[in-house]
Design a binder for this molecule. Structure first.
Ligand code: GLU
Length: 496
């Protein structure tokens, strides 16, 4: 099915906790569908749960979405024609519409005390009935109820589920879901504080904001028929409903849990999207990774830069089955996207990591290092570890480590001295002749090139693993290279 109408799609997080990869995935699909259809991606902050409201979480939502490049067209910070976009600023609207529902006989005031509700629950438990409201206040005449409210009696507003009846809710991926209305509770829509609950506020806002497609977590499936009934009560056209797949722990057992919430390298990884930034993952790789947890284009393509995501995305190919999160795949995608960047762009991404590590991160220096690490790193911070030696004046090395493979201390020192002589004699450290000269030296000394290069690597970088040696030495510069080799030979010549 080709999308023909520009869609209005919203991401509606509750700022009660940090944005995790499941939420980021919903935002991605929202964004893709809006861009694909030439429509709008709307950010709405669902902050009616004031007890759990966390202003830092809200700020982190903005920061995460911006980092991921999921720019919204309307939202609390930028406004738009259907604002306000923060639910706590829409109280008058909720008040107006709840009255409409009450006047239409689709909602009613309930005055039941907490104690009474507790008794009802206990009785139902005894009878092995599912907990539900027993309808005690359903039949209070509306005028009487209004008088009691006006007199200051505490109340909530409940939805009056039409009974008897049967409700059919249609999910794009799952088809029709039909339930008897007797199984749908008279849910509270407005709390005694006047605050609406999700079931009311989200539906109202979706309608008033002209939302055409609702993509949300499948935890809303159980109350989906209630939402359909609220639409019907208002006589409004429903959006297209899409309930996304559940993300499971890597083992495939259980919903992705906070147990995996600690940002850790290898093994268990971060489930909060922004932690992945600190861990050296590219936003494009994170998007690629989460995008394919629950959507695929075909059996082959796995590399999706944003433009391809947009052109190939379709709601129909979303997969409703639960998906286990595979963290090692993230490394894989990060590698692919690191290699796909221009060296210039990769340099831009690397600079903050060098700064963070407290290294004198001049862009020019890093741009020389970038091509050496581009093929080798899985995460951006690995570049810092690999290239740290470029920035050090002193390279501390152990005598043991300087000894060449299968060589004596003397032979090792001699080889390094000879290498220093060769390096000194060269006109320039241009790569090809430089490498050839060292290979010739290895031949002359009856060594394998690997033996000589291994010793030089340790002497010059202090590391067993480094970017390619010849290029690295060129960047370090002849003077420093000679100095480090000199120091290494001195260490080797010291009586051990
Ligand atoms: N505020 C809801 C949540 O965070 C939004 C669900 C929806 O997208 O409708 O779960």
């Amino acid at each position: 099915m080709m999308p023909t109408q520009p869609a209005r799609v919203r991401f509606a997080p509750s700022p009660t906790g940090r944005l995790h990869i499941g939420g980021a995935r919903t935002a991605l699909y929202d964004f893709l569908y809006a861009r694909k259809t030439g429509g709008q991606f709307i950010l709405r902050i669902e902050d009616t749960d004031r007890k759990r409201y966390d202003p830092e979480a809200e700020q982190e939502f903005y920061e995460t979405l911006r980092w991921l490049g999921l720019d919204w067209d309307e939202g609390p910070d930028i406004g738009g024609p259907f604002g306000p976009y923060r639910q706590s600023e829409r109280m008058e609207i909720y008040q107006e519409y709840i009255l409409r529902l009450i006047d239409a006989g689709s909602a009613y005031y309930c005055f039941c005390s907490a104690e009474r509700l507790q008794q009802v629950r206990e009785l139902q438990q005894k009878r092995k009935e599912p907990p539900h409201y027993d309808g005690h206040c359903r039949t209070i005449p509306p005028d009487e109820a209004k008088q009691r409210v006006a007199a200051g009696e505490p109340s909530v507003v409940r939805f009056k589920v039409p009974r008897p009846g049967r409700t059919t809710a249609v999910d794009l991926l799952r088809g029709e879901i039909a339930v008897e209305n007797s199984s749908i509770d008279d849910y509270i829509l407005l709390k005694s504080t006047g605050m609406p609950v999700y079931h009311f506020a989200a539906i109202l806002d979706d309608h008033l904001m002209g939302i055409t497609h609702v993509l949300r977590g499948s935890e809303w499936l159980p109350t989906f028929p209630l939402h359909v009934l609220i639409y019907e009560a208002f006589g409004w056209e429903q959006p297209v409903w899409v309930h996304l797949s559940v993300l499971l722990n890597p083992s495939g057992k259980g919903k992705l849990s906070k147990r995996h919430a600690n940002a850790e390298k290898s093994g268990s990884r971060a489930v909060f999207a922004l932690d992945l930034r600190e861990m050296g993952y590219l936003p494009e790789a994170v998007l690629n990774w989460i995008g394919l947890m629950g959507w695929s284009y075909d059996d082959h393509q796995e590399f999706f830069p944003m433009d391809e995501f947009i052109s190939k995305f379709s709601l129909e190919k979303l997969n409703p089955s639960p998906a286990a999160v595979n963290f090692s795949k993230l490394d894989h995608f990060n590698g692919l996207h690191i290699r796909a960047l221009s060296t210039d762009e990769l340099t831009n991404r690397l600079v903050p990591f060098f700064e963070q590590a407290g290294l004198p991160a001049e862009r020019e220096m890093i741009s020389e290092i970038t091509p050496l690490v581009q093929e080798r790193i899985r995460t951006l911070d690995e570049a810092v570890e690999m290239a740290r030696f470029f920035f050090k004046e002193e390279i501390p090395v152990d005598r043991e480590d300087l000894i060449g493979k299968n060589l004596s201390t003397d032979e090792s020192a001699h080889a390094l001295e000879q290498a220093a002589a060769v390096i000194e004699s060269l006109n320039s450290l241009e790569q090809a002749p430089f490498e050839q000269a060292l290979r010739d030296l290895a031949d002359d000394l009856d060594l394998k090139a690997g033996q000589l290069f291994g010793m030089l690597r340790m002497a010059v970088t202090g590391q067993r693993v480094s970017p390619p040696l010849i290029e690295s030495m060129t960047i370090v510069g002849r003077e420093k290279v000679l100095d480090r080799i000199q120091k290494a030979t001195t260490i080797l010549r010291q009586s051990g």
